[in-house]
Design a protein around this ligand. Structure first.
Ligand code: NAP
Ligand code: MG
Length: 508
């Protein structure tokens, strides 16, 4: 596989010889903690049920291409069954339940996620290809943290919205992508449940397994049937959920193109909607920055999770005076990044999530080369099977190049330069997206000025990719609207007696 997709590589004019022998012995995480059923039904009304569609699909391990399980594909009829179960649960159980009792369930979920953290982490890595180090240290702990955080709000909503009458929306339809499957589930499900809503959730086609393990966890903690329903399937299943006439609120994380379709549909029926979409973040490094830390930040910003990150720092804007030496440092650091088996605890960059995504990355990298940018990739070896892409740096990039404008959603960094803060802001904002940005400088006043002028929902200073359930996350422009996390993330899930804080289609 690796040989077929390799793009033309211009090797660096520099040759680096690491001072140490960096060949680590493999440190494989055992998979014995995980048991994968040969097939899974839909999780509706607290039970796994056969799909009325009679259809199913296979989820594979992207690092081995091995089939893992057959997954039910929900049709519009199945989605209807799930919405009806959620409606019943909302009317009879979850809506009338006190916040204090709802909180108990959320705390139970959070604790169970912690107790079964290794199982979830290993399964996430097998199904999605991300390094075990990340699923173990980032995805699963953050997912548990989201449930703990929202459990805390469940009985304190009157403090979140003082002086207002607060009511849940009702049944919410939620659609999530494949890059952080369990974490995106937590971002969606935790605030919905805390505020008294019931849920129909559609996971991504390539990564359904942790959502289905989560369904089993819900059975174990005896969450009332129908409060959370999980309908697996492809885009058509998501579309059926969006088009369903009895959903009171929609929340979507995914690509801007699908987000636009959903917005059209929701707007026509005036269904409240939040959208978390794509990004093309500027990661800005000034000459006065602590450069060693900045190198680590830039590497983490783009190669974390194979670059399958909506807020990835995919455009490096580096001050012209240090551009050459900074790029040299980046290349040197890249030569020590380990690509390979995601179950190996030494691995930094795992497998690309799917053959389809590998195709998209390969196509955009080829476009970068043909448009005249210089492509650098370290000569690391790649496994024989699975979907892999070498970490890539493009220099000599123009603003007009596709690799500077389009979201690649892969381990590919495009380097541009600037001379003044004003030019950095102008280039950073010259994009259809507005999700995130990073700034590296020693000067606090420069950070504040830049943050004020950047069109980005989150701006990190002298760090990158920091997430906390108390901190709202979301975008501007074509990166979407509405916020997830924090107080701001609760408001789309409630109706308030005053319009002032309530969310409606188009914003929150
Ligand atoms: P996608 O194609 O938009 O898919 C996202 C989800 O929507 C998947 O569950 C997908 O199902 C489903 N879907 C596909 N077509 C649909 C339709 N017509 N109606 C309803 N649902 C539909 O996005 P992706 O390529 O999987 O994910 C990558 C994108 O997500 C990137 O652009 C990234 O920036 C964005 N993202 C944003 C954030 C954020 O917080 N802003 C976070 C993560 C990812 P299938 O899996 O079957 O296709
Ligand atoms: Mg898979």
């Amino acid at each position: 596989m690796a040989d077929e997709i390799e793009p033309t590589v211009e090797s660096s004019s520099l040759s680096f010889s690491p001072k140490f022998n960096l060949d680590y012995a493999p440190a494989l995480e055992s998979t014995s903690i995980v048991s994968i059923d040969p097939e899974y039904g839909l999780f509706i009304g607290g039970q796994f049920v056969e799909p009325q569609s009679g259809e199913s699909f296979t989820t594979v391990s992207p690092s081995t291409e091995e089939p893992l399980a057959r997954i039910a594909a929900a049709s519009a009829l199945d989605v209807d069954r799930a919405v009806k179960a959620a409606r019943r649960a909302h009317t009879k159980v979850w809506g009338p339940m006190s916040g204090r009792d709802r909180a108990k369930y959320l705390f139970r979920i959070a604790r169970q996620l912690q107790e079964r953290a290794r199982e979830f982490a290993v399964l996430e890595t097998i199904d999605g290809g991300k390094p075990i180090r990340e699923s173990r240290d980032v995805d699963v702990p953050l997912a548990a943290a989201h449930f703990f955080y929202h459990a805390g709000w469940a009985d304190k909503l009157e403090y979140a919205f003082p002086g207002r009458r607060i009511a849940p929306r009702g049944v919410v339809g939620q659609i999530i992508p494949w890059n952080f499957p369990l974490l995106m589930l937590a971002w969606k499900v935790a605030p919905a449940l805390a505020t008294g809503n019931t849920v129909v959730l559609k996971p991504a086609e390539t990564t359904p397994l942790t959502a289905l393990l989560f369904a089993k966890l819900l059975q174990d903690i005896e969450l009332p049937p129908g409060v959370v329903n999980i309908v697996t399937g492809a885009g058509a299943t998501g579309s059926a959920l969006v088009e369903h006439g009895d959903v009171d609120k929609l929340a979507f994380t995914g690509s801007t193109s699908v987000g636009k379709q959903i917005q059209r549909s929701a707007a026509a029926r005036r269904v409240p909607l939040t959208l978390e979409l794509g990004g093309k973040a500027a990661h800005i490094v000034f000459e006065d920055a602590a450069l060693d830390q900045a190198v680590e930040g830039v590497i983490n910003g783009i190669y974390f999770n194979q670059g399958h990150v909506c807020c990835a720092g995919s455009r490096l804007l580096v001050q012209e005076s240090i551009a050459d030496s900074f790029v040299d440092r980046l290349k040197q650091r890249l030569s020590t990044v380990r690509v390979g088996d995601p179950l190996d605890k030494n691995t930094d960059v795992g497998a690309i999530n799917s053959a389809e995504q590998l195709g998209r990355i390969t196509e955009l990298v080829a476009a970068g080369i043909s448009e005249g940018a210089d492509c650098y990739q370290p000569q690391c070896s790649l496994p024989d099977r699975g979907y892999w892409f070498r970490p890539t740096i493009f220099t000599n990039v123009q603003q007009s190049h596709r690799i500077a404008r389009e979201e690649i959603f892969g381990p590919v960094l495009s380097v541009l330069t600037f001379r003044t803060p004003e030019e950095a802001v102008a280039k950073a904002n010259d994009t259809q997206y507005g999700l995130s940005a990073g700034i590296w400088t020693e000067k606090g006043s420069k950070i504040l000025w830049m943050a004020d002028h950047l069109d980005a929902g989150v701006v990190w200073a002298n760090t990158f990719n920091q997430f906390d359930p108390a901190s709202p996350f979301g975008g501007y422009k074509e990166s979407g609207f509405g916020r997830e996390g924090g107080l701001q993330g609760l408001s789309p899930y409630v109706s308030l007696s005053s319009n002032e804080l309530s969310s409606s289609t188009g914003g929150s």
